[in-house]
Each structure stands twice: as C-alpha cells, then as structure tokens.
Design a protein around this ligand. Sequence first.
Ligand code: MN
Length: 502
Amino acid sequence: MDFLFSHLNIPKSATIEDLTNNLKKYCTESDIETVRLAYDFAATAHSGQFRKSGEPYIIHPLIAAFILSQIQAEPNIIIATLMHDVPEDTSVTLEEIEKNFGPDIANMINGITKLGKLKYRGMERYIENLRKLFVAMAEDIRVMIIKFADRIHNLSTLDSLPEKKRQRIALESMEIYAPIANRLGMGEFKSLLEDLSFKHLEPKEYTRVKKMREEKVAETNIYLKKIMDKLQTESTNAEVSFVNIHGREKSLYSLYKKLIRKNWDINNVYDIVAVRIIVKDVGDCYTTLGIIHRLWPPLKGRIKDYIAQPKPNGYQCLHTTVFCDDGKIVEFQIRTKAMHEEAEYGATVGHWNYDKSGHGQSKKDYNWAKELAKMQKEILNNLKDLEEMKVDFFRNHIFVFTPKGDVIDLPEDATPIDFAYHIHTEVGNKCNGAKINDQMVSLDSVLKSGDVVDIITDKNRKGPSQDWLKFVKTHAAKSHIKSALNTSKISWIKDLFDKKSS
Ligand code: MN
C-alpha cells in the first residue's frame, strides 16, 4: 500500500473518471458501478447549484470523495461522501437516499448533516463541545472521516468566501476538527486541517513560516539525498531492508508553534526536514537506530522511544537527532509500515479501510465499541484536570441538538419536556409542543442521540401540566414543574379568596 507514503493530493478539479481510476486499485466492478450511480444521483440533485467559486456544486463532493479514495476508504464511505450534502442542500430527502442506497449509507449521511449543524461558538464552550462532539460522532467514526475530507476541501477553496465566514470556518477547523484528528491519531488530516486554517487565520505568519521552510528545504535537499543514500547502503550491508525512506517536511503550523517556542531561531529547529524510514518490523526499527548511531553520534537527550512508550494518542515511532556528516544536525524517524499508516490515517485504519477479502460481509463487524471505549477513556484522562467529570458521564446519556446546533446532554429516555427545561425554565413552563427532526411529536416522546429538538412555546400558556411529572426524567424538570404547579395553585387559591372577599 505504497499510496500511504505520499501526501494527500487535493486537486483543483476532478472528474468521476479520476475517482473511479483510483477506486479500480482496490474496489470491485460492482462497487464502482454503485459509486457511479451515487455520483449521478448527487449531480442530478445538485444540478443548477454552484459553488461561490462559480463551479458546479458537484465538484465539491466529488473532490472530497477523491481525497478519500487516495487512502482507499471503503466504497460505502466514498458513496456517502458523494451524496453528503444532498439532504441539507437539495430537495432530495434522506429517505430517498435510503431507498436507493440502503440504510448504512443513509445513516452516514444523516450523521454528516447533524455534524454540519454543530457550530463553533467560542472558546468557553470549546472543551464541552469537543467532548460532546466526540461522543456524537463516535457512533460511527466513518462520519468523521467524511467530515475531514469535506472540511479539507472547503478550507482549500475558502478564498471565494466573505472574510467573516472564512474566519469562522478556519477557526472552527483549527479549534475543533484538527484536535479531533489529532486525538484520533490521524496525523495527515490534522496537519492539513491546521495548515489550511493557519493560512486564513494568520496570513502574515503563514507566509513567513512557509518561506523559511522553503529556504531550508532548498538548502538541505541535496545533502539529505546523500545522507539517505549512505544510510541505504549501510542498511543493505546489515541486511535490513527499508520499505521506504523519504524526507518529511514539518507541517507549517507545527513549525510555527515550534519557532515561537524557540524565539524564531530556525537553527534551533532540527526537524524542519526529517528523514523518515519505514521498515518491516519492530526489530528492524531498533537495528536501524543502531546503524544510524554507528554512523553518526546522537545528540544527548534527543533519542525518543515512542515504540516502548507511545504518545497518548497511540503514536509510535523512534526519533533520534544526530550530528551528521559535516556536523549538520539531522532528525531521523523510524517506524514500521503499520505504525506509519496508523500515525497518518488513524488507529482505526483497519476498520474503515476497505478489505477486498471481506467483500459482501456486513459492515457491522466493525469493532467500534472497543475503539470507542479506548477513546473515551483517553478523553476522560485528558479532560480530568480541566473540569469535574463524573466517571459515568458517558453512560446513560444522550446528546441532542438545538435547531441552532448546540449540543444538550440529557439522561437516557429524556423527553422534549426535559429538553425544554434544560434550555430555560420559562421554555419549559410555556412548552406547548415539540418537533423532533422537523416532525411534530407528543411531549412524552423519548429522545435519541442526534435528534434535533425544536420546542414550540405559547406565551399565553398558564404553566406546566401535572401529567408531565409522569414521564419527565431530569431532576431539573421535575422540580421546576412542581414549583410552577405550586405557585399556580397558590395564585388560584388567592384568586378565589380575592373573589370571595370582593
Ligand atoms: Mn460538504
């Protein structure tokens, strides 16, 4: 799978043929046929719609799908990506998609539509939103992968949008999506999201850092080529064969952050271009480290064994920085192919990346539960210091959305009334009806994670109904209803007395 050794290509334009050419490398003929149908379906639905850039709208989902075809995402992900904006932006409904393409694809698209409704609303809600978003999307991680491709393409075409919208999308990507990509251990997505956002958030700094990196790359290119050749020869002599060896440029945003830490002294940043070596197993990793250290003396305190001690997001690799030929300082990164794929595209790569031999099998075989448990544990560990959290936070909770995209967490089996009181006491007291996902429902309906809940209030309503106490789940709703009922009882009795005395 040597596709993983090159960076993702985000083309300016693409055709369905470009997409299917990529798919031919790993998909069956019948899968590709469904991809074509999905493309036609989406193109028809979006016909007459144009991007701000002036191009037909379909170019956006097509390029997003093209991006994911490069990492050999399974056909259903590609199909869902092609249609990801259909329910939101066209008159074609999710039901029609489900009828034509089945529930698995419809569910993914539903997830994307919901994620789109979740808006970044400033730093104070950042941690809270991040955590909730994590849970909401963890139901199906494929949704997040589609969202990354969607975002990456949108970010790469931001220029045609008005300044304010550009800033919001860039900030949202930087503050929410990039950290999630990082948390999922998807290094390539994280770097792309960061660098594309950085360009719009700090244009001057972006240009400055880009220029610095270009100069450094130009300066060291020939030198590094020689170093790599030398190492290649030595390893062949030692009977270690490299799967791949290449120069890895540090991403602009992480270089920027490092330059700030180093007072902009570029000579103190040793990994602007690192030499990355991919080998076949862990044994070869250490052998290669030995070969490097025999050739060139390592800098003190710069050997990092992330294989024995992986980073919290699962990152595994050996890093060492050495005094190379002519006293130049060079960083080497050594990892196995599996470690490399995980580092660039996530630990779940094996789950959503398509396995031809598993063709025709139910996609329910995904081991999400285990991955999810791991992620949640890790998120809890990371957030422990930032806020007080109950250990059972994720258990017995559902996450629903306001029509504006805010996430509200409620206990399992909560109803629209619980939701209304969670928003505001008066919204609860004046609640006269509710819509779930645009459908009118009864007030005792049970909410499910991902539902968009819209409360209809009536300002003339006297107060809550006694009956509500029979089905509400939250303590807050119960106590508000009781106190409102008591107040109205008191005022009713008062009214009665007032009338009698008059
Ligand atoms: Mn989109």
